[in-house]
Design a protein around this ligand. Sequence first.
Ligand code: PGA
Length: 251
Amino acid sequence: MEKLMAANWKMFKNRLEAKRTAAQLAELVGAPPDGRQVLVIPPFTALETVAGVLAGHAGYALGAQNFYPESEGAFTGEISPDMLLDIGCEYALAGHSERRHVMGEDDAFVGRKLAFGLDKGLKIVLCIGETIEQRRAGQVAEVIRRQLSGGLEQADPAKLSPDTVVVAYEPVWAIGTGETAGPEEITEAHGIVRRELEPVFPGKAEQIRILYGGSVKPQNASEILTLDNVDGVLVGGASLQAESFAKIVTA
Ligand code: PGA
C-alpha cells in the first residue's frame, strides 16, 4: 500500500487561496515519490476548485473533512456522501478530534458515519486519539480500543478493506499545539492500533494504512515516516503552505 500524505486544511482558505495552494503543491511535488499518494482535504466550499486543479495529476486524491450519514433529506447545513462523490471526492474523514471534542460527535455517531460512507463508496479515514488527561491516566490503549471498535463495528464487513479504510492516530494533545508525540509514543500507539485491527480485518490488518497526525512538520516528517506501523501522515497547520507540505510529501 502507498503511504498516504494527507493535508487537512480545516476551516482555512477561500477558493482563490485553495486554488493557488493546490496548484503550487502540484508544481513543487510533481508526481509524488514512488510509494506515496497525496490526499488534499479542503473545506467544502473549495472542493470543486481543488478538484479542478488536481484533475489530471496522477497520485493526488481529493477528500472531504466531514459528511452526514444520509443520502439526502431535511438536514439543514449538512452534506451527504453522494454530494461529495459527485464533486470528485474519493476520501472523507470521520471522527476527527475537532468534531469529537468541539462538535460533540461520539463513537456511535462516528461509527454510523463510517458505515454509511463506506456503503456509499467513500474511502474513510477514521481518526482516533487520546486527550492528555487520558494519557496521564494510563488510558491510551483503552481509548484506542474503544474508538476503533466504536468506529468500525457498524460497518458491513464486506465493505471493510485496506483499500477503503485508513486509520489516523492523532493524539489530541499534539494537534495544533506544536507538540509532537515522540517516536516511542507513536510506535507504541500504532502497534496497539495494528493489533486491534487484526480481528476486524482477519489476515489483512498489516495492509491497513495507519497515519500519524499531530504537529507533523517538514522537520519531523521523515523520522516519523520511518517508524514501525506508520503508513503516512495527516497534517493540519503545516499543510496550509504548499512549500512546507511539499517538503513533508517528499520527506
Ligand atoms: P496539526 O493538525 O498538524 O495542525 O497538528 C493535524 C490534524 O488535525 O489533522
